[in-house]
Every structure is written in structure tokens, then in C-alpha cells.
Design a protein around this ligand. Structure first.
Ligand SMILES: [Zn+2]
Length: 267
């Protein structure tokens, strides 16, 4: 119907009627009674472009994400969409290894098919913190992040930075570039190795503040020389101070060929 061809009064009445009809449905999904959603961000690292789709057999209002920027989907860090409490789960015949983050106020996010976990069960996580590694565990035909936002246990239409995403039936129609973890200070790097100890200072006898179970996206605030470390066939006395983990790791475990990282200030 072309409203411009209708008499103005009738067109106005029609618009008003459509508005009235639309109100109850809108109130059910976005009514004032619902606690405000966190400002969810993409579940993968800053600057990466992924494509997403929804298939009819999918549980709830999930979207599946795969990388579309040339990088490998498998092995990419999975990041917390918003701050909350992360719990580990396993469902070998379905979701595989997955993380649930409880954001409070009735809101949760799900991250399925992880190849490994990057946080302890019950850990408090900041927005942008790595919680796992993208994989294909459980009922999955290939590496992807199966992602959901739930309110009081019911899957919601996914919103990122407050904007609703589309629900296309196949990949490569819609894309989302992440701004998760972009903010704040420090330079982005990825660690490698398993069970890498983060220490309170750049010394091998400094207390362990946390352990990186696998590759982790980190923000390096600064670097300094400390104890010489011999590991993985390398020798290096430079250590990086990690913003989110609150401690130091040997630069051997930063995925970069230089002993002293370029562009990172000395502490
Ligand atoms: Zn899925």
C-alpha cells in the first residue's frame, strides 16, 4: 500500500491504528518490567570481522558465528560479552564444552562448542575477558561460536551495543566487527602455551596471581627486565605486565617473535 495515494486523514488514521496494534507485542518483549540488558559486545576479539546465521533447528534465539576476515575460526579466543560470573558446563551430545555467564538482573549469555576453557568455574569476568577458545565440541559440524542472550531463561533476540542483529538463514549475508576489549590502555597480544603462570612481579619466585590455561588475548600495559627464563627452547628476561590479569608473564609466552615487544613501553 502506498500511503501517499491515500487521502491524508485516512493515512493518518491508518498509521495511528498500526501503532496501536503494534504496542502490545512490543510491550511484551521490551516492557519496562524487564531489567535493562547489559551493553553486550561481540563474543570475539577487538577488530575481528565475523559473519553469523541462525538455522531453523537451532535452540532458542541463538546465532552461530564464524570468522570472515581471513583468520581461523578454530582457536580464536571467545570473550565475555559483558561482565559477570562464568560457569563451566559440558554436554558432549549437544553444546559440548560451554560457558554460561550470569550478568545479574536475570540476564545470561551462552557460549557453546569451546575447544577449551580459559577461566575457572565460578570466576568473575570483566567484559572482554577471554573465557574459552573457539572449537567444535559437542553436536557441531565445524568450529564456530554458538552464542545466546537469555532473560529469565528465555532466549532473546540478540543485541550488540544496543542494536538488534538480523537472523539470516545462512552465513555471509550479515557481518559484525567486534569492539569488545578495544577500549582501555595497553596493547593487544595473544599468549601461547598452556598453564602459563601470571606472577605478581617479573621474578620466578614472585607469587602466582592467576594461570592462563591456554591461548589468551591480553592487554600488555608495559614490559620490564626481570629474571631470565628458559622455556620452550627460548631464553628471555623481558616480562609483560598484563592489564586484566594484574601480573607479569615472561615475554616467551607472548605470541610475537621479538624478545622485547615493539610499541610497548618499559614499566
Ligand atoms: Zn548454534
Amino acid at each position: 500500500m502506498n500511503l501517499r495515494r491515500l487521502p491524508a486523514a485516512l493515512a493518518t488514521a491508518l498509521v495511528a491504528l498500526v501503532g496501536l496494534l503494534a504496542l502490545p507485542a512490543q510491550a511484551e518483549t521490551t516492557g519496562a518490567a524487564k531489567a535493562a540488558a547489559p551493553n553486550f559486545k561481540a563474543p570475539y576479539p577487538c577488530g575481528q570481522k565475523w559473519t553469523y546465521s541462525h538455522h531453523s533447528a537451532e535452540v532458542r534465539r541463538a546465532l552461530d558465528f564464524v570468522r570472515s576476515d581471513g583468520g581461523s575460526t578454530a582457536g580464536t579466543p571467545v570473550l565475555a560479552s559483558a561482565a559477570g560470573t562464568a560457569t563451566r558446563h559440558s554436554q558432549p551430545s549437544g553444546a559440548g564444552n560451554y560457558i554460561v555467564i550470569d550478568h545479574g538482573g536475570g540476564w545470561k549469555t551462552y557460549y557453546f562448542h569451546l575447544s577449551s576453557f580459559s577461566v575457572a568455574n565460578g570466576a568473575s569476568v570483566a567484559q572482554g575477558r577471554q573465557i574459552g577458545v573457539t572449537g567444535s565440541t559437542g553436536n557441531s559440524s565445524g568450529a564456530h561460536i554458538h552464542y545466546e542472550q537469555l532473560y529469565n531463561g528465555t532466549g532473546q533476540n540478540i543485541r550488540i551495543n544496543g542494536s538488534a542483529l538480523a537472523y539470516p538463514g545462512s552465513y555471509n549475508q550479515y557481518y559484525l566487527t567486534s569492539d569488545n576489549g578495544c577500549g582501555g590502555s595497553g596493547s593487544p597480544f595473544t599468549t601461547w602455551g598452556t598453564d602459563v603462570r601470571v606472577r605478581a612481579d617479573a621474578r620466578l619466585n614472585a607469587s602466582v596471581v592467576t594461570v592462563l590455561s591456554g591461548p589468551t588475548s591480553v592487554r600488555v600495559l608495559c614490559q620490564k627486565q626481570g629474571d631470565t627464563v628458559n622455556a620452550e627452547g627460548y631464553t628471555n628476561n623481558w616480562w609483560s605486565k598484563l592489564r586484566d590479569q594484574g601480573g607479569f608473564i615472561s615475554n616467551i609466552y607472548i605470541d610475537h617473535p621479538a624478545s622485547k615487544l615493539p610499541g610497548v613501553p618499559v614499566c
